[in-house]
Write a protein that binds this ligand. Structure first.
Ligand SMILES: [Cu+2]
Length: 470
């Protein structure tokens, strides 16, 4: 163990500021802006720079879903930020805590929000037990500021502070993440968003009334444990937006008729088709820049591939509570073990307990939906969340993971991001039960139990196609 790690252990019981003080001398510390900490996983209100009232900003600030914007200080014409890479405990859903690595108290780290042409100075203090760097994904900058450890700079040792400085040349949607031991560090939640607003009216960048942003991320946490498995490549069981899962993801709120921008970045290891109900949108930009209007087309889902950012825009002109989710159905599910068998077709009446004795992870699928999970009828290990949960005004919402709602209301005040509650559907506009009189319902044909099936289970056997031999 090197001396700096020993020092870190010595100070491990002290407050975070003491750790910073141990690694940065007193004069240097005074020269640095504060590494502001965020203790809450709630969505923070847009940040107002000091001395500026809301309307005086040259931009409409972004709202980071279940995140926040990092305050900066102005020093001789340079916007100064201080990021602290450190272990954090992230509340992924209410009551479900995960040990992650992040920045300034949370994963993802705070959103960096600047204006095109700003000179930006970013101090990065490493409070991790190993070296790190930050890569500023998508930025035009001097090569030595690009943050690839070994290639562009030596890695930032544990306990040390580096400074990055460049001009935010291009307006758009960007992100930041380590480029040092990144398999581990990104699997642990190290990432954040970067938004550069145009300095003046931009021909390809519309003015919007709501501007939301979030990152897609994934974790593999065994139910009942608290720390992600960092060597998992694809079989993650927590599919998250900004390290949160439904029902812990804040709804996106808009006033009827407002133009809404949503910026989505993907730092998982698979693609995610992001789907919004009720409206059509266009992809108006990527991390490469704004899309010219002639190259845009209408969509209701857009695939966000690994390492990409997609900036989508729509007019919220249809009132209601609209589902918004990844269209891979496994990604709208919660912490599922991988050993769950599929037994669709079996009649489970009275059998679940017996099946669970033989296969403890056993759960019923394809018979009554997964609402039981939300109703907590199935016992869960400590510190996890149901596969599908959340309750709407009409019953359990059989979703988890990458799912939230877009809430469009005529009476939502401009700039009000608070949850307006459930949508009151106008009379006569909701799907309803029809009276079918005494029409017969589908009956379940009886069939003999095949060998190996639990006694008492009846199995619907598909008709054997002609010429098919067993
Ligand atoms: Cu997905």
């Amino acid at each position: 163990m090197n001396p700096s790690l020993n020092r870190r252990h010595f100070f491990a019981g002290a407050a975070a500021t003491a750790v910073a003080a141990a690694s940065v001398n007193r004069v240097a510390l005074a020269a640095l802006p504060e590494a502001v900490q965020q203790t809450s996983a709630d969505t923070a209100a847009p940040w107002t720079p000091p001395g500026v009232t809301g309307a005086g900003r040259p931009y409409n600030p972004v709202v980071t879903l279940n995140g926040w914007t990092l305050p900066w200080r102005m020093k001789e014409g340079v916007k100064e930020f201080h990021l602290a890479a450190e272990p954090v405990v992230r509340e992924v859903a209410p009551g479900f805590m995960v040990n992650m690595w992040g920045y300034n108290g949370q994963s993802p780290g705070p959103t960096i929000e600047v204006v095109e042409g700003d000179r930006v100075r970013l101090y990065v203090t490493n409070r991790l037990p190993e070296h790190t760097t930050i890569h500023w994904h998508g930025q035009r900058l001097p090569n030595g500021m690009d943050g690839v450890g070994g290639l562009n700079q030596p890695a930032i040792p544990a306990g040390k502070t580096f400074v990055y400085e460049f001009t935010a040349r291009r307006p758009g949607t960007f992100m930041y993440h380590p480029h040092a031991d990144e398999m581990v560090q990104m699997a642990m939640g190290m990432m954040g968003l970067w938004i550069t607003h145009p300095r003046q009216k931009h021909p390809l960048i519309a003015e919007v009334q709501r501007d939301y942003c979030f990152l897609l991320n994934a974790f593999d946490v065994e139910p009942g444990s608290m720390t992600p498995q960092v060597n998992t490549m694809l079989e993650h069981n927590i599919w998250a937006w900004n390290s949160r899962v439904f029902p812990g993801i804040t709804p996106l709120v808009a006033r009827l008729g407002e133009r809404v921008r949503v910026r989505v970045g993907n730092l998982t290891m698979t693609n995610h088709p992001i789907h919004i109900h009720g409206i059509e949108f266009e992809v108006t930009g990527t991390d490469g820049g704004p899309v010219p209007p002639g190259a845009r087309w209408p969509e209701v889902s857009t695939d966000v591939a690994v390492g990409q950012m997609r900036q989508i825009e729509f007019v919220a002109n249809e009132p209601g509570d609209w589902a918004m989710h990844c269209h891979k159905s496994h990604h709208t599910m919660g912490a599922m073990g991988h050993a769950v068998p599929t037994m669709i077709g079996a009649d489970h009446s009275g059998l679940v307990r017996r099946l669970q004795r033989a296969t403890p992870d056993y759960m019923v699928m394809g018979e009554r939906g997964m609402a039981d999970m939300g109703e907590m009828q199935m016992e869960l290990p400590a510190n996890t969340f149901p596969m599908m949960t959340g309750t709407g005004p009409y019953g359990p919402i059989e979703m988890g993971g990458m799912f939230t709602t877009l809430k469009v209301r005529a009476d939502q005040k401009a700039g009000d991001y608070s949850d307006p509650g459930d949508y009151a559907q106008p009379p006569g506009t909701q799907a309803r039960l029809v009276d079918t009189g005494t029409a017969p319902t589908a009956s379940r044909p009886a069939a003999p139990s095949p060998a190996g099936a639990p006694a008492g289970a009846t199995v619907r056997k598909p008709a054997t196609p002609a010429g098919h031999h067993h």
